[in-house]
Design a protein around this ligand. Sequence first.
Ligand SMILES: N/C(=N\CCC[C@H](N)C(=O)O)N[C@@H](CC(=O)O)C(=O)O
Length: 852
Amino acid sequence: MSTVATPRGRSSQRRTRCKCAGGGGGDRAAACCFNPLRSLFRCPGRGRGRRSRSRSRHTTPSKVRDASVAGGVEQQSEEPSFFVYAMPNQGGGDGVTADHSKKKKKKKHSKPRLPSIRSCFRGKKNKERKANAAAVVARRQALTPAPSLVTHPPHSPSTPEKTQAATPSATQPPSPAVTENGRTNSPATPNRIIPATPRPGKHSTSSASAPSPFPPQWQQPKQVEGLEIVEVATGERLSAHDVGLIEMVGSSADVSAESSVKSSLDYANDPPQQLTVSSKRKPAVVKATEPTRVWLNGNAVKGKAGERFTGPPVAGEADELWAHDIACSRVHAVMLAETSWAKRTPSATILMAAATSQSFLSPAPNPLLRPRILPVAAASTSMASSESEERKETKLWGGRFEEGVTDAVEGFTESISYDWQLYKYDIMGSKAHASMLAAQGLITAGDKDIILEGLDQIEKLIQDGKFEWRTDREDVHMNIEAALIEKVGEPAKKLHTARSRNDQIVTDLRLWCRDAIDKILFRIKQFQVSLVLLASKYVDLIVPGYTHLQRAQPVLLPHLLLSYVEQLERDAGRLVNCRERLNFCPLGACALAGTGLPIDRFKTAKDLKFTAPMKNSIDAVSDRDFVLEFLAANSIAAVHLSRIGEEWVLWASEEFGFLTPSDSVSTGSSIMPQKKNPDPMELVRGKSARVFGDLMTVLTLCKGLPQAYNRDLQEDKEPLFDSVKAVLGMLEVCTEFAQNISFNSKRIQSSLPAGYLDATTLADYLVKKGVPFRTSHEIVGRSVALCVSKNCQLAELGLDDLKSVHPVFEGDVYEYLGVENAVNKFISYGSTGSEQVKKQLEDWRTQLGISS
Ligand SMILES: N/C(=N\CCC[C@H](N)C(=O)O)N[C@@H](CC(=O)O)C(=O)O
């Protein structure tokens, strides 16, 4: 037996055999339990004959195997697989199984159909399975988290431990490790967010015994009757993503059930024991009281393709796109299977398999950018109730309370699922505070040393991914403080002297913003450098300049690129100003009124590298104007980046054809093979929307608050984090794009004659000849009209033609015509004239420290 702790409690080698009696006899070509999707979802029981095995080897890539191996998983089979929750009707006499065989007979010569999964599960009512099923059902019923509190990260690294180790600073709560017995290894699990403890009794929302206040159609999907977990084959890459349990079952008599995707977290937290890696692989049979019904993450799934999205949504789950994506793929695959084309074409099943698995082909998340957060209630499903009880603790603020908060309130009010990201700053603030308390004689030097040492250890634990985040401890402050008390005892209880979470959170946030601004400034500079280098490559390239997106005047490309650089510089300036203004220390403002204890706020401010303590304690805990300012600065930067995105997308189009992004910064089309899309810049444009939205969120959040701290302010963090993440990503991608595009000089040059770009220069010529500008404008207008009638350029008009428009024209006019001449005539400061642009370019190179 191999013990495997996989990220989401699944592993490709966890297999149960389908004892399919469904006529396939293991031959894929014959009808088996998953007929049309056999190549992807074949029955591994009877279908594991030599023939199908060898086929499988040839037809399935080895990525799952690789992923498993990479994750330290012992490989038991060469075939990657994923798991299926199938819902055979175990009743035997209810007609569904019989139905299936009847229909099978009836339709003998009609088009192939999806045979019933039930055929896979005949004759499996042995005692052992029943006992196991009962145990699993009992555990799941007791511990299933409230659906509204469950999130299902669509992907997770196949080797989260490795990722953690590689990026300790980006600590994030990883998935629970699942032990051999299927339980989550809670205490040892790195960075787990421990959920609200389920409470029996009147507040319990998760107790199976408590009657639900909701009508049946709005209740959480329960266990399905005769739930079987069977292995299906060859879900390429599936196990590398946290897709959860995929049940994909065809049924001929299928009026009620086709397939389902069950919660990966349900599974991760409560994998049936039979599914752990074992040499004795048996199907897990889970029985429950409901009629045969299959759920797609809360949506009842009906038999016909078009009916499969009916059924009530389950709060918090129904809107998860991965589930709908799978549903769509399934419907699509079944539709394909039902076509005569699919029946005739052997490769069709493979194509369908590919189409069906498309939804899992997303890259592993970057833990730096998207920490994976475990659901609030996750641990409650992974612990036996006695364990849960043991974990209950009195809140740090719990002195006056006689009963705990409900699970719903706890889940709703916690912020640890995102504010854990502040841990570094929280610890920094606590250390400065403890040192100040000691310096002021409010705690002893010994206590201070113990506190500092304890905080160091906690920081190390967090960075190593070994810290246990608990939602019942609400937020980053109480998680760290409670852990410190656990670790060092009494001295830690003195740390909160002359401090409140109100000044603590805003201190953390200011420190976080300070660093975030520094990161954005760095990225802005990187992008500026890339633009200047790009400009340096095309010093002489003239491009059409546009107003109203109509050709206007010729400009040098470097001039255009440097215009972005200028804008970015102002973006940076706004952030620098914002940083200066936010760099004042609120710590010591306490709840709102300050303290009667002799603290030294100047010392704390200095130790934390703030300019000074904030002067007014009420102001200190009240305001989030620094967040608003930061988000506003980000928004303006996002406007600029979005416009660059738009321009480059436009220029990359066939119609413009002015630039070509390299393949490394382009993406393709899933259906149109010829396409090469500039998606990164489209997304730069697109992500600006969320940056503006983040600003709007916090503006709206703050506008109605009475003075001092209000819990609403907890809502400032997610938009703030989101905005910073988006802007950092946008800048990074813009930089890479700039480094990987080439301007198509020939195409641009050949396009230059169009649009009379030199017309304004011609007007300037006439002004130099003493013609009033309004008159010269009119003369040039008539000259252009002449060109239009002759279908030629201004430079192509003969002197006689020009003189026919106005006698003021002389031979020297040709020094002004044509785009090169036109550009050379620009001499004003900041203009597109070659000398000006050359000078600007040099200045920027110096300013940005570009030497060669
Ligand atoms: N609950 C509270 N502040 C919570 C601040 C942290 C919160 N997670 C946030 O992000 O704003 N304020 C209490 C004081 C305290 O808990 O320290 C009060 O003013 O009554």
